[in-house]
Design a protein around this ligand. Structure first.
Ligand code: NDP
Length: 256
């Protein structure tokens, strides 16, 4: 481990966007620890990176289990020797119509996406305070903070909550030199997203409404995370960067 290398914990790094963040940060010289519930996927990511001469350490954690967020932060800080950056990416987006949504469904999404963000930030703050440039980056969404999708009320509430948490912590942790920001992805092609949009033709019709003409990739999100996690972004805090190829921009126009 080099003397000046920055250390980062990425939650939900076993696949999708989180895996893209792990790959990019490891490729660009950060010392990375990442978490997930799927041990074999975690070990596979570790092995793939090792084969490319890069290092990232997998730490098993189910963020819905009591004590797991604090345990994960402690394990990451011990494994890396310090903690400069927390990237909280782990999240789920199951569909439930309002009438069918149980309290269990609601808690499952809020616990995984939002309560974990609070617990991780609380555990990480003292470690980040020791860094010359401590950073928290939350993966939020356009869905909730900017837009709504039927069947995702719990998800939209969780991501709106992340943005509120982000702004409060940006103010609260500024005096210890820690910035707190978010990245709000638009439609990013991951296996879970493909499952959500499994209806024939839906992927194509969603792609058509994105001005950039394509869905995003995990690396599109990772690039924004890398910037916000860097010492260069030290005067940016309490902000959410939308990375959506312009999806939320077009003005709705009437037709004659
Ligand atoms: P994936 O389903 O591909 O990945 C989710 C990751 O979160 C996995 O690594 C999974 O690991 C982890 N995870 C899920 N539940 C838990 C849990 N209880 N404890 C620990 N880890 C958990 O999703 P995406 O990559 O598509 O999404 C990643 C993030 O980006 C989410 O927060 C999502 O809301 C957000 N986002 C995604 C968009 C998209 O278009 N894809 C758009 C906007 C936001 P494991 O299974 O190993 O536990």
């Amino acid at each position: 481990m080099g003397e000046n290398r920055r250390t980062v914990l990425v939650t939900g790094g076993t696949r999708g966007i989180g895996k893209g963040i792990v790959e990019r940060l490891a490729a660009h010289g950060l010392d990375v620890a990442f978490s997930g519930r799927d041990r074999s996927a975690g070990k596979q990511v570790e092995a793939t990176l090792a084969a490319e001469g890069r290092a990232a350490q997998f730490i098993h954690a189910d963020l819905t289990v009591t004590g797991s967020a604090a345990g994960l932060v402690a394990a990451a800080a011990a494994a890396l020797g310090s903690l400069d950056v927390l990237v909280h990416n782990a999240g789920i987006y199951p569909e439930h119509a309002l009438g069918d949504m149980t309290l269990g469904d609601w808690h499952s999404v809020l616990d995984t996406n939002l309560t974990s963000a609070f617990l991780l930030a609380q555990a990480a703050a003292p470690e980040l305070a020791k860094s010359a440039a401590g950073r928290i980056v939350f993966i939020s969404s356009i869905t909730g903070p900017r837009t709504g999708i039927s069947g995702l009320a719990h998800y939209c509430a969780s991501k709106g909550g992340i943005d509120g948490l982000m702004r409060a912590l940006a103010v609260e942790l500024a005096s210890q030199g820690t910035t707190v920001n978010g990245v709000a992805p638009g439609t990013i092609l991951t296996e879970s997203l493909a499952e959500l949009y499994a209806e024939p033709g839906l992927m194509e019709s969603v792609t058509r409404i994105i001005p950039a003409g394509r869905m995003g990739s995990p690396d599109d999100i990772a690039a924004a995370v890398e910037f916000l996690a860097s010492p260069d972004a030290g005067f940016i805090t309490g902000q959410s960067i939308i990375v959506d190829g312009g999806q939320t921009i077009p003005e709705v126009q009437g037709s004659s």
